[in-house]
Design a binder for this molecule. Structure first.
Ligand code: THU
Length: 132
C-alpha cells in the first residue's frame, strides 16, 4: 500500500474544496480524512438557503467515511483560502473528537501555508461518551 503523505492529504482537501457549494458565503472549504487502512475520504462545505442547514467540509468528510464503514482515522487536512489558517468550527470539533479522536489536524491554504494541531489542543475539554 502506498503511503499517503501530508502533501497528498492536503492536495486531496484542496481538490475537494473546488466542489464546495457556497453560494451564500462564497467561503469554500475542503477536507480530506485519512483512514487507518490508507483510504482518503474528502468533503466540501454544502450550504443551504436555510443557512442553519449548511454542513461544513469536515463533517461531510467524516460522515461520508463513517457511512461507508470506516471507523479508524489517522489524520485530517482542511484547506480554505485564508492567510490565518482556517480551523474547524465548534460543531466539527465535537464530531471530529467523537469519531476520529485525538488525530492530527493539518490546516492549509492554497498559497502553501501549513500548520498542524492535535485534536486535543483544538478541543481540550470535550463532551463525549464518557458522560453519556
Ligand atoms: N466552514 C467549513 O466548511 N469548515 C470550517 O472549518 C469553517 C466553516 C464553512 C461553513 C460555511 O459554508 C462557510 O464555511 C462559512 O462559514
Amino acid at each position: 500500500m502506498t503511503q499517503v503523505t501530508d502533501a497528498d492529504l492536503i492536495a486531496a482537501a484542496q481538490k475537494a474544496r473546488e466542489q464546495a457549494f457556497a453560494p451564500y458565503s462564497h467561503f469554500k472549504v475542503g477536507a480530506a480524512l485519512l483512514t487507518a487502512s490508507g483510504e482518503v475520504f474528502t468533503g466540501c462545505n454544502i450550504e443551504s438557503a436555510s443557512y442553519g442547514l449548511t454542513v461544513c467540509a469536515e463533517r461531510v468528510a467524516v460522515f461520508k467515511a463513517v457511512s461507508q464503514g470506516a471507523r479508524q482515522f489517522v489524520k485530517i487536512a482542511i484547506v480554505a483560502d485564508t492567510d490565518q489558517l482556517t480551523p474547524p468550527c465548534g460543531a466539527c470539533r465535537q464530531v471530529l473528537w467523537e469519531l476520529c479522536g485525538d488525530v492530527p489536524v493539518l490546516l492549509a491554504n492554497p498559497q502553501g501555508a501549513v500548520a498542524s494541531y492535535q485534536m486535543r489542543e483544538l478541543y481540550p475539554h470535550p463532551f463525549d461518551k464518557r458522560y453519556v
